[in-house]
Design a protein around this ligand. Structure first.
Ligand SMILES: [Zn+2]
Length: 282
């Protein structure tokens, strides 16, 4: 089973995770920029983070045979913090980098006017840079959040079929599907979407334009959830081709819209800017 996790925050994960993901079939990931679990205090904090998503993290992934790309943006939560919003002015110089395959995560957290502005501005930036957009939908008030998100997308210069709407569930999938966007599902332990609910959604709505991710980060999450969904699909009677479509071809098609997806791994470099993941003596 070949797996592309289209939304995972590897910066927060260990080399053990990379090893286990590779063993489970993961060969490609996309890491969207997001918040740190605590507020950043200046725009410069974003730039170091963006640079690590463009440099160090792809290097770490390459050591385990996994292709790593990223999506960059001012995240929805920090769009509300005036200390962080100047990032929007610097974002264009990052969006031209080869490894950036979308603008994201953008979208709503608390649905404030500041979030409206950041979302609309970054959808415009995506259109200008001919990049797709990866849009997070709020965890509270999901249907209202989805509707408002789709309204802003429709008013933007970015075509809806270049937008991935993530964190969908049973209450939002039909309306998202009707819109023509790509459909993202984050599968978490204990809460929200789990693998059996994901299989039921696939049985009802089909695999077309569906992407499944672990959204694993520093919180309670599981980087092997993609594989667990693949196994649950097979157990429920889906064909291997359906699994390949959801776990590989759909993410390749969506992020391929950037024209920048490079999935053939070369022999990994021994170091990145003089540093490696090894410890002395290895
Ligand atoms: Zn995320």
């Amino acid at each position: 089973m070949r797996i592309f996790d289209p939304h995972i925050h590897m910066t927060s994960r260990t080399t053990d995770d990379y090893r286990a993901m590779h063993a489970a079939g993961v060969r490609a990931v996309v890491e969207p920029s997001f918040w740190l679990g605590q507020p950043r205090t200046s725009p410069a904090s974003f730039y170091d983070y963006f640079d690590s998503l463009l440099g160090w993290e792809p290097f770490r992934a390459s050591q385990y045979g996994i292709a790593h790309h990223c999506t960059l943006a001012l995240n929805p939560k920090e769009a509300n913090d005036p200390r962080c919003t100047p990032v929007l002015d610097e974002l264009p110089r990052y969006l031209v980098k080869d490894n950036v395959v979308a603008v994201g995560e953008i979208g709503y957290d608390s649905m404030t006017p500041a979030e409206d502005t950041a979302l609309a501005t970054q959808l415009e930036l995506a259109a200008e840079h001919e990049l797709p957009a990866m849009v997070h939908t709020p965890h509270r008030d999901k249907l209202a959040g989805l509707r408002r998100t789709l309204d802003v997308v429709r008013e933007s210069p970015l075509a809806i079929d270049r937008v991935l709407v993530d964190h969908l569930n049973e209450t939002t999938v039909q309306e998202a599907k009707n819109s023509g966007c790509w459909l993202g599902f984050s599968v978490y332990p204990d809460t929200k979407m789990d693998e059996d609910r994901m299989v039921a959604v696939l049985e009802r709505y089909g695999p077309e334009k569906v992407l499944v991710n672990s959204a694993a980060d520093w919180g309670k999450s599981d980087p092997l959830k993609t594989r667990k969904v693949g196994d649950a699909m097979l157990k429920a009677g889906f064909a291997e081709d359906d699994v390949d479509r959801v776990l590989w071809r759909n993410p390749v098609a969506f992020y391929g819209l950037s024209g920048r997806l490079a999935l053939d791994l070369e022999e990994p470099a021994a170091t990145h800017e003089g540093n490696s993941i090894l410890r002395g003596g290895e």
